[in-house]
Ligand binder design. Structure first.
Ligand code: 13P
Ligand code: SF4
Length: 317
């Protein structure tokens, strides 16, 4: 039984690889995807890296193994290419926490502000923004704005608070957050650290302030991987979505890595993004074969959303 299952999985991998070549498709995957999906991807990266790859690809089809806002960003950058997402239910709690109508009202209530939005938001929200950022470049983007200019920062309040602390600037924050990064348990983290006192804690800035206060390093998923690579003789407790451990462990095979523990009510002992995990190898194969579900963005929104993304890419060179 187990043997058959392995054969089936191998077949699927081979079928995906073959179809990808036949259709001149590229598979872009986020670090939070399951290990098997990461292993068939042409590129695995953080939100910034994935946007950069999407901007430069020559492929006819972009298979986005990630969540909806990421695939949407790829479509905004490539209106003439087909962008498919394995499962349209791959959403994001952070993107959902910022509905366009309410955000538009918020902007109108605070005129003269520059609107910086974290890439984890819908195309409609990007269309209302002056510049987009990711966790890799948020500090740089905020610092590129003159000190006296007031800034609205949305939708992630945790990332926003972290940037405020780092820059000493006052940002007007939208009250959004990521359910996955808010699921870490401080009590369990302390317990784990007491058990492994020589482990360093590294954290994603979508995490809450009390978690970030325990961290030796705070950064994007790519930043965390690079940090671990540069300190591979140390041991780490990793506070972000647990999918990152696959690539991280490949990069530092001899380094001890432990996922930060989540609260009691979480289904796994670690923190997993249920949205990211709705994508499967079967769905990835099906979407490439059937060329559906495709991501579409109305042209009037796409044009407006493109400018703030292009500004970000320009500033990130
Ligand atoms: P990065 O990979 O850009 O750090 O973002 C993390 C994330 O939560 C994506 O949804
Ligand atoms: Fe959204 Fe959080 Fe999942 Fe990232 S980890 S996709 S921010 S819900």
């Amino acid at each position: 039984m187990q043997f058959n299952f392995t054969i089936q999985k191998m077949d699927l991998k081979e079928k995906i690889m073959r179809l990808k070549t036949e259709k001149n498709a590229v598979i872009l995957a986020h670090y939070y995807q399951t290990a098997d999906i990461q292993d068939v991807a042409d590129y695995v990266g953080d939100s910034l890296g994935l946007s950069q790859k999407a901007a430069e690809t020559n492929a006819d089809i972009i298979v986005f193994a990630g969540v909806h806002f990421m695939a949407e960003t790829a479509k905004i950058l490539n209106p003439n290419k087909m962008v498919v997402l394995p499962d349209l239910n791959a959403g994001c709690s952070l993107a959902d926490s910022c509905p366009p109508e309410a955000f538009s009202k918020f902007i109108k209530q605070h005129p003269n502000h520059i609107v910086i939005t974290y890439v984890n938001c819908s195309a409609e929200i990007k269309a209302l923004s002056d510049i987009v950022c990711t966790s890799s470049n948020a500090l740089k983007i905020v610092e590129s704005i003159p000190k006296e200019t007031p800034i609205i920062f949305a939708p992630d309040k945790n990332l926003g608070k972290y940037i405020m602390k780092k820059t000493g600037r006052d940002l007007l924050l939208w009250d959004g957050s990521c359910i996955v990064h808010e699921a870490f348990s401080m009590d369990k983290l302390i317990e784990l650290h007491n058990k492994y006192p020589d482990y360093k804690i590294i954290a994603h800035p979508e995490s809450e302030e009390h978690i970030l206060n325990t961290a030796t390093y705070i950064g994007s998923t790519s930043g965390m991987i690079n940090y671990v690579k540069a300190h591979s003789n140390e041991k780490f407790i990793v506070a972000t979505e647990a999918g990152i451990l696959h690539k991280m462990q490949q990069e530092v095979p001899n380094t001890e890595l432990v996922p930060a523990p989540a609260k009691e009510d979480n289904t796994c002992a670690c923190s997993e993004c249920a949205y990211m995990k709705v994508n499967t190898m079967q769905k990835l194969y099906d979407c490439l074969l059937n060329e559906t579900p495709q991501i579409e963005v109305p042209e009037h929104i796409r044009k407006k959303a493109l400018l703030p993304i292009e500004r970000m890419l320009e500033l990130s060179k």
